[in-house]
Design a protein around this ligand. Structure first.
Ligand SMILES: Nc1ncnc2c1ncn2[C@@H]1O[C@H](COP(=O)(O)OP(=O)(O)OP(=O)(O)O)[C@@H](O)[C@H]1O
Length: 246
């Protein structure tokens, strides 16, 4: 569970978060959408307490050790500097649980590797993997934390279409298991099909918050993203195709 109340933040004299009030409850997979520069990354980082903001974040208010057990975070940057085997990188997610039995840690790492389809790569040096494979390793590291809340910044960036679907389906499954997910996503179709709710940010404000079908309207796409788009309601869920800039 995450509750943000009137979060405000300015950077270099410019307002970046302008009174964000938002909560993500158990069972919710919330897609944070909005144009470049809308404040999505800043919102996630402020919610985690990684950058100071005015207002209240239930997560940032926790002592750091508790925060690490309350929430996993997949940051936007995907660079991996350490030349370690894949499973050792995934095991870093267990640092949040210093008192856990080694068998528990090993089981959590094995579950995360299996869920990301990384079993065959577990002994490979992580620096010898492709960018998309590394992105899956970092997602597995966050998953191994087994925290009730998952915050992810563009988790599908750099992934092929199958891996994008897998990543979003994984978040939907975490929510279905009773966890809470807040993920910034640029692919509005993926977000609409896999998220239980969409929150739309524009210039640091929440301008829409609700079920994907209610939120993704032609009017909103024009006003927030400045585009004309085709939105199809299909048996597979909402399908979204940007057509032109307005
Ligand atoms: N360190 C900083 N100093 C000054 N301004 C910053 C800094 N970091 C971000 N900003 C500004 O804050 C605003 C929000 O940035 P943020 O990265 O949160 O946007 P975003 O919605 O995640 O964008 P994107 O979709 O491009 O990743 C932007 O206008 C950006 O230029």
């Amino acid at each position: 569970m995450l509750t943000l109340t009137d979060l405000r933040l300015a950077r270099a004299g410019r307002t970046v978060l302008d009174g964000i009030t938002l909560s993500v409850g158990p069972g919710e997979c919330v897609g944070l959408i909005g144009p470049n520069g809308a404040g999505k990354t800043t919102l996630l980082r402020a919610a985690l307490g990684l950058i100071p903001a005015q207002g209240h974040s239930s997560l940032a208010a926790l002592p750091p050790a508790e925060r690490a057990r309350a929430a996993a975070y997949l940051p936007q940057g995907r660079e991996i500097a350490w030349d370690m085997p894949v499973e050792a990188v995934v095991a870093l997610g267990r640092a949040a649980w210093p008192g856990a039995a080694r068998s528990e840690d090993r089981a959590a790492v094995a579950r995360a590797l299996a869920r990301l389809g990384l079993d065959a790569l577990r002994h490979r040096p992580v620096t010898a993997l492709s960018g998309g494979e590394q992105a899956r390793v970092l997602l597995a590291r966050a998953l191994a934390q087994e925290a009730p809340l998952m915050l992810a910044d563009e988790p599908t960036a750099g992934l092929d279409p199958a891996a994008q679907i897998d990543a979003m389906a994984l978040f939907a499954a975490l929510a279905a298991e009773g966890r809470s997910v807040l993920a910034s996503v640029h692919d509005l179709g993926l977000a609409a099909r896999h998220c239980t709710r969409l929150v739309v940010l524009k210039a640091g404000r929440v301008v829409a918050d609700g079920a994907p079908r209610a939120v993704l309207t032609e009017k909103l796409l024009a006003e927030v993203f400045g585009i004309r788009a085709w939105i199809g309601d299909t048996a597979e869920g909402l399908v979204f195709q940007p057509l032109s800039r307005l």
